[in-house]
Design a protein around this ligand. Structure first.
Ligand code: IMP
Ligand code: MG
Length: 176
């Protein structure tokens, strides 16, 4: 068990399990994007570890770029999304894979999807490390998901609690 600020978290998904799933996703992406030079559009800050391991496991040429938005305060979604670092690559005609740490209500992803689609890419898919199906409020197709999890708060492997915990190499769950 670990303590971050005043909250306790217990181990939930081991690093080896994460890397195994990430490797599988990478192989699927390789198979689906041969000759397509996909653009991995990583959503900061949460997906920095995921996109790093994912990109390293993909052996076809890919481009990596970043977008930064914010929507969360502590452990509850504010439902409001702010763009902090915008798109810097032209997406017209590109095969874009949006890379996220977690999809909860889907509000952030719906916002990013709109931004990306405005630029008329050839295709857009989503790769999310985690998905909380029970809290999803927006209709969207998520092609690549490593883990579906119940509606509990998690940290580690990129995910934070109030800015902390992103450096943890496994995923922890808030102790109830
Ligand atoms: P959504 O807009 O409600 O789907 O929230 C998505 C964003 O909220 C993610 O990109 C995360 O940054 C953050 N988030 C959602 N659930 C968690 C969690 O359990 N732990 C840490 N961050 C989370
Ligand atoms: Mg995020």
């Amino acid at each position: 068990m670990i303590k971050i600020k005043n909250k306790y978290f217990e181990p939930y998904i081991e690093e080896s399990e994460i890397l195994q799933k990430v490797l599988l996703l990478a192989k699927n992406i390789e198979r689906d994007y041969r000759e397509k030079e996909p653009l991995l559009l990583s959503v900061l800050n949460g997906s920095f570890m995921f996109v790093s391991d994912l990109a390293k496991a993909i052996s076809i040429p890919v481009e990596v770029s970043f977008i930064k938005i914010s929507s969360y305060q502590a452990t509850a979604s504010t439902g409001e999304v702010k763009q902090l670092i915008g798109l810097d690559r032209p997406l017209h005609g590109r095969n874009v894979i949006i890379v996220e740490d977690i999809i909860d209500t889907g509000t952030s992803m719906a916002y990013i999807l709109d931004l990306v689609r405005e630029q008329d890419p050839e295709s857009v898919e989503i790769a999310s490390l985690l998905l909380k199906p029970a809290s999803l409020k927006q209709q969207m197709q998520i092609k690549y998901v490593a883990f579906e999890i119940p509606d509990a708060f998690v940290v580690g492997y990129g995910l934070d609690f109030d800015g902390l915990g992103r450096n943890l190499n496994r995923i922890y769950q808030l102790k109830s």
